[in-house]
Design a protein around this ligand. Sequence first.
Ligand code: NAD
Length: 471
Amino acid sequence: MSEQYSFYEQVNRGFDRAARMTSHDPRLLRQIRACNSVYHVSFPVKRDDGSMDMIHAWRAEHSHHKLPTKGGIRYSVHVNEDEVKALAALMTYKCAIVDVPFGGAKGGIKIDPRAYSVGELERITRRFTAELKSKNFIGPGVDVPAPDLGTGPREMAWIVDTYNSLSSGELNSVACVTGKPIPLGGIRGRTEATGMGVYFGIREACAIEDDMKALGLGPGVDGKRVVVQGLGNVGYHAAKYLVEAGAVLVGILEYEGAISDPSGLDLEALVEHRAKTGSILGFPGATDLHESKDGLELDCDVLVPAAIERQITRDNAPRVRAKIVAEAANGPTTFGADEVLRERGVMVLPDAFLNAGGVTVSYFEWVKNLSHLRFGRLQKRFEEMSNRRLLSAIEAQTEKRFDAEETEFFALGAGEADLVSSGLEETISLAYLQVREIKLQYGEEADLRTASFINAIDKIAGCYQGLGIFP
Ligand code: NAD
């Protein structure tokens, strides 16, 4: 049974399944699949009470076919070498699928961030950054971390500050990490990027009437019943954009339990309730499910696992009632579960494409840092003036008179946030259409995950073939 395989082996089994369908040389496929380097470090940290903890941390750079490598850093008790290698490999394929010019990497610190004070977390983060720097595992042209599970802009701020202090005068040092706060070189739209990308991906899939018909669903996001696992960065934002587009949030799962309400949960009220009580349970009007994972089996159209890996397994996959599983998290479906879902005709929107919004906007942030220029700064005002001239010309030639609201709407020049969200929408929409096209080319055998892998393999193979080493 495939469930005995580790996370990294599961990712590789998905790769192998797709690789067999391509005609690439097996040696080239082995090169693409191999994890290029892994760094494991352990260091002591002094706790606030004077005691000492030994910290274990990893950074895996899966593929150097493009540099820098890119991928988040997570803080979780489950972090281990196998996990970071699996996640780094997914990053390699993800970057290729959305045409972001990076190799894949991932890092992790094996801690429960809730068990440490802010000061302790800062000491741990700064020490890990110094360790990465000393081994050349971080740098704008080497390896560029980003937020992931348990980390966010605050941790990225500590990372860039530590890196800056160790690299005096390096012109592009601010590009050593993405997901930073805006004043420290971050970009507008990075925080919500992954969740927004998840929404764009689901919207794109739901827009194709024939595909929805095959699932017994109507087209569009409007009215779709959605369950989300994980109310963190990705889960919250995915839920927010889906609800704004008319989806009905019928269930939420967190580590403390799950809740359901077929008539729809009020997302903002739920966030407030959790902030006040420390739990999603006991939310007025909703039913509590004390076993959180039972929420994966709630009656819905779209299930969005947005928490951690290996949540849908061969064991519970037969009971998943959703018609679409939208993998906002990395690796939430095991290889065995994937087989069950495929046989049952469930559409799985794979992580490697669906949650690529984060790395896409991280790419924009990296480019912004290297250019030392905010997107939109040069042209926003120029566009506005051109548009105003055009409106005046229309008024001069016609009876039409634009009121203040219309003028503001039509004259608008694109600022950073507009450009980021439009670049993100273009990237995710295009990636979905490409992957779907490959799926159609390969026929019954290829689901969307296999098609995503084939897409990535072909693109990475092209890089190696260009070197003349492989046929
Ligand atoms: P986060 O820490 O902000 O949120 C994760 C949420 O999941 C938390 O609210 C946590 O309490 C909850 N959770 C953890 N274990 C759970 C469990 N067993 N059952 C139910 N809920 C649980 O992390 P995030 O950044 O939102 O990342 C979530 C997933 O998305 C991860 O798999 C991550 O690798 C992936 N991802 C994140 C980004 C990003 O930009 N942050 C990008 C791509 C992929």
